[in-house]
Design a protein around this ligand. Structure first.
Ligand SMILES: CC(C)(COP(=O)(O)OP(=O)(O)OC[C@H]1O[C@@H](n2cnc3c(N)ncnc32)[C@H](O)[C@@H]1OP(=O)(O)O)[C@@H](O)C(=O)NCCC(=O)NCCS
Length: 213
């Protein structure tokens, strides 16, 4: 239905690390699992989740957990050097960027050294990229072209509008938009309950709030 992800199959075939993927999770043809961290357990993808974008861990650190029934759209990049946790039923549209780190040092000399290392010998095993964890809670929706930067928590069922740049925490049920993102209104109510079922079917095992595989 989604097509075959040859990149993932090839990496598995040659014994390279990929991810800890629930058997019912699916990787589309455009998905990329770039696990520089060298341990498949560093990237976890939960039941029913569909990935069309890229999940990347750095050599010096990084862990990504994606819960159940999430969607990560084409062209989206989730890059972790620290910890990025995505809850259940989270919708991440296309061309979204989520970073828990600065990606490169701020100091220009260190930045060039970092680039030179990547270009010649590969990602360094020791570097400080200002890592701060990112959490995207259950039922959030990150719309097309949005950017979620280091240290941010997106609250339950919150919506990040298209093209928004999120630099601060987003409260549960808030809708944020703009650069930097600000709350424009709230959706639903704090006592609204969402469901793991579709027409009463396909309920994956419930064993916790996040990271259930
Ligand atoms: C420029 C950058 C490095 C600054 O990040 P930072 O050091 O975490 O930012 P700071 O904590 O110093 O933020 C200071 C203020 O600027 C705001 N801010 C930071 N980055 C912002 C951005 N990209 N857009 C809008 N506002 C931003 C913060 O909200 C904060 O505002 P406040 O003072 O009102 O709270 C970061 O925004 C960035 O662009 N990182 C690169 C991500 C990237 O493109 N990686 C992949 C490509 S290689």
């Amino acid at each position: 239905m989604l097509g075959i992800n040859f990149h993932y199959l090839l990496r598995r075939l040659v014994g390279k690390p990929t991810c800890d993927k629930h058997p019912t999770a699916r990787l589309g043809p455009s998905a990329r699992i770039i696990n520089i961290g060298n341990d498949s357990a560093l990237i976890k993808i939960g039941a029913g989740t569909i990935v069309e974008g890229s999940l990347l861990t750095f050599a010096h650190g990084g862990q990504i957990t994606v819960g159940q029934w999430c969607y990560i759209g084409e062209g989206s990049r989730i890059w972790s050097a620290g910890q990025i946790d995505i809850g259940n039923r989270v919708m991440i549209s296309h061309n979204v960027n989520i970073f828990d780190n600065l990606t490169h040092p701020v100091d220009p000399v260190s930045r060039h050294q970092h680039f030179r290392a990547i270009a010649t010998v590969g990602h360094p095993n020791r570097v400080d990229l200002g890592e701060r964890p990112v959490l995207i809670d259950d039922d959030a929706w990150i719309a097309a072209g949005a950017m979620v930067l280091r240290g941010v928590t997106i609250g339950k069922a919150a919506i990040v509008g298209a093209g928004a740049v999120v630099t601060h925490d987003v409260p549960p049920f808030a809708i944020v938009a703009g650069n930097p993102a600000r709350v424009i209104r709230y959706v639903g109510s704090a006592d609204a309950e969402t469901s793991d079922t579709v027409n009463g079917k396909d309920r994956p095992p419930r064993t916790g709030r996040h990271h259930v595989y």
